[in-house]
Design a protein around this ligand. Structure first.
Ligand SMILES: *Cc1c(COP(=O)(O)O)cnc(C)c1O
Length: 359
């Protein structure tokens, strides 16, 4: 097996160990004579896998008893609509913080269901930072405040949890499980799996129980959190393989020492890469220091005409998927939990060599 270093923003790198374990069990899962993919989602075997995954996630994130964990489909993008459908609870407005491309998409979708108050925006600063707590001005009549803890494309991450008098809702698609989190501060946390959890096709929602059961009229049954909670996320056939594989990732995370150990490693990986960028005249990252993402690190080259060469050569050196998002260009290294420190070291060495040759 030759595994290269994968800096993809998503679907992103998975731990080698997890892929091997899945491979060893692929056609004959635990001696049952069939694959986990071929089993009924209601079989004792799969239900045990599903419950174990939930328990492991609860352990990793210390999720309190009064929160339900849902394993859904439709990606984080479907949550942009499910949120207002489920959480407006008779109110006509919701608050949103605008920090970049993903928050904008969440805002645009919410506007189809309610009026949106922009509680804070850093657009006038070209989204180069997260807003300070003091800049967040909520409408007390709103149903909730939504923010994006890590803007995956811009590389902007909150270094604090906003303190507001509304239920707090967060899109944590690209930084869930990257560090310890006080779940009790939130009304709802959601994340598409394909960044820091597992394969695409699964969306995790962690929601405080008292917010359930007041959907707007006409909400599709599948989009009702309450229905999904009552049905154990099996109102219909769930994405069984993605759920199973995510469960293997949760167990892997526990073996690594949990989110505390991950936070330390992630901090070290990000600090190294940022200091390599900052110390060079050739590479640059424009984000305010206290808002720099530890998961997604965009950077530019002093001479943008060298981007193609950089990508070709990095790929040839076994460093994959460093191109920035199609909407912004430049480079981006996504260094999620499953990206080893050795990958970051290899990237830094490649960048130094590239600068020596072309800088
Ligand atoms: C990737 C991403 C999304 C979109 O996720 P899908 O699962 O493709 O719908 C939304 N928000 C953030 C922060 C993301 O990183």
């Amino acid at each position: 097996m030759t595994r290269k270093f994968n800096f993809s923003a998503g679907p992103a790198a998975l731990p080698d160990e997890v892929l091997l374990e899945a491979q060893q069990n692929l056609s004959d899962w635990q001696g049952k004579g069939l694959s986990i993919m071929e089993m009924s989602h209601r079989s004792d075997e799969f239900v045990a896998v599903a419950e174990q995954a939930e328990q492991d996630l609860r352990d990793l994130m210390s999720i309190p008893e009064n929160y339900r964990v849902l394993f859904l489909q439709g990606g984080a993008t479907s949550q942009f609509a499910m949120l207002p459908m489920n959480l407006l609870r008779g109110k006509s407005s919701a608050d949103y913080v605008n920090t970049g491309i993903w928050s904008k998409k969440a805002i645009a979708e919410a506007k189809r269901y309610c009026s949106v108050n922009i509680a804070a925006s850093t657009e006038s600063d070209h989204f180069m930072r997260a807003p300070d707590q003091s800049e967040i001005k909520v409408n007390p009549e709103s149903a909730y405040l939504h923010y994006t803890s890590n803007e995956t494309i811009g590389g902007v991450e909150f270094d604090y949890i906003p303190e507001v008098q509304l239920p707090l809702v967060v899109d944590m698609s690209s930084d869930i499980l990257s560090r310890p989190l006080d779940v009790s501060r939130f009304g709802l946390i959601y994340a598409g799996a394909q960044k820091n959890i597992g394969p695409a096709g699964l969306t995790v929602v962690i929601v405080r129980e008292d917010l359930l059961g007041q959907t707007v009229a006409g909400t599709p049954t599948m989009y009702d959190y309450q229905v999904q909670a009552e049905g154990g996320s099996m109102h219909n056939t769930p994405p069984t393989f993605a759920w199973y594989l995510s469960g293997l990732v949760f167990q892997w995370l526990k073996r690594q020492g949990g989110v505390e150990a991950m936070a330390e490693l992630n901090q070290r990986k990000a600090s190294k890469l940022y200091s390599a960028i900052d110390q060079s005249e050739f590479f640059a990252n424009p984000i305010a220091k206290n808002s720099r993402s530890i998961m997604n690190i965009p950077f530019t080259l002093a001479d943008a005409s060298l981007e193609k060469t950089f990508l070709l050569e990095s790929e040839a050196a076994g460093l994959l998927n460093l191109q920035g998002h199609r909407s912004v260009g430049g480079m981006r290294a996504s260094i999620y939990n499953a990206v080893p420190e050795a990958a970051v070291d290899a990237l830094i060495a490649f960048m130094a060599d590239f600068e020596k040759r072309y800088g």
